[in-house]
Write a protein that binds this ligand. Sequence first.
Ligand code: ZN
Length: 462
Amino acid sequence: MRSLWNDEEAKQFQGDLGLRVYTSRLLGGDKSLVLHGGGNTSVKIREKNLFGEEETVLYVKGSGWDLETIEPQGFSPVRLAHVLRLAELPELSDPEMVNQLVTHMLKASAPAPSIETILHGLMPQKFVDHTHADAVLSVSNTRDGEKRIREVYGRRCVIIPYLIPGFDLAQYCAREFKRQGTPDTIGMVLLNHGIFSFGDTAREAYERMIELVTLAENYLDSKDAWMVVPNRFTPGRVDVNAQANLRRKLSDTAGTPLILKTVTNDRTLSFAQHTDLGRISQQGPATPDHVIRTKRTPMIGTDVARYIEEYKAYFGKHAPQAKEPKTILDPAPRVVLDPTFGLAAAGRTAKDAAVVAEIYDHTIDVILRSEELGGFRALPAKDIFDVEYWDLEQAKLKKGGKPPAFAGEIALVTGAASGIGKAAVAAFLARGAAVVGLDRTRAFSRQAARSPICPPTSGARR
Ligand code: ZN
């Protein structure tokens, strides 16, 4: 992995917060580091308040923002002194933690700060970067993951066993940082979760992230576990009627229309035909945060009734152990693996379905690399349940507000390139539908190909 830092580009970003934006986007732009809202970054800046007093403000990624497209206003300015006082408390509930952070921001209109804010605050360095790098997860999510991670990083990283993000994890990391940290420490690995890097400048923290992830890549390469070569597979076949039926069943189960994106290629077919698919795909996600998009496990084949039963059993087993009462989410799978068509991803919008497909594409990499290292091993189901049913994670999904009227519906518009047809496309898109536009002109197909919403299929031209 190479650093993408570019002096010319960096010049366009002013001050520490500007450079924080720049390197956050560099991280966010690499899908093997973070995917869709995953990861977070921060910077601590000394500023004068209204009364002329100097204080340190922790600018931390606001929830709902994506590193790839973050702007300065996507960072929540929290008073660091208050964060550090909170960290001294013997305990702090999640709702109270969120309340305290939100009420100690310097800007009322700023987004709620990341759930990992206290952890960022407790790290002594000015810039803190956090990703869920595929390469690090591939090494960590194995039977002897901790031993391997120690072998890769030695004294360069503090190593933390898996704990759900939040107050307890932040305190644990701060203690371990003091205990394990050495002058050589430039990062911290959270096993089965991700990695942090630190630095005095935006560039230093970013390039240390690249350096640390490269170490994991080199380790995988040295064990012949870096290049994932698809196994032999029989060619795929997509039966559109069967896909439509599947979409109907998933939508009925979810209680809302869902868009289904089918990805039939060498990778997905090879994975869906893997001889050990039941074991490798039914353990859990590559990092817990993916669960809110993908659910804990994909459905193998198209027996939706069986999946529902298993999902209810999973809920029934873990919900009684939770601190507060939980309400079951819809039991529809979001990822389907099938030997005939490879992979199908379901989501409320075309974009959501594409996000699910992309997350699972990276999950396939992580699983296959971990397999080459002696066996993929995800976290126990209970830990994944705790994240799936964690109020703070659920809040991330709800942030989008009430879905638009036609979310999950597909509109087919003929004569879509001009006039009424074109206006109808715009109207349907504005109301949340996925639109398939048909017209006779080639120009329309080229225009549609640039749109992420409705790429043309072979049937788009008459
Ligand atoms: Zn994380």
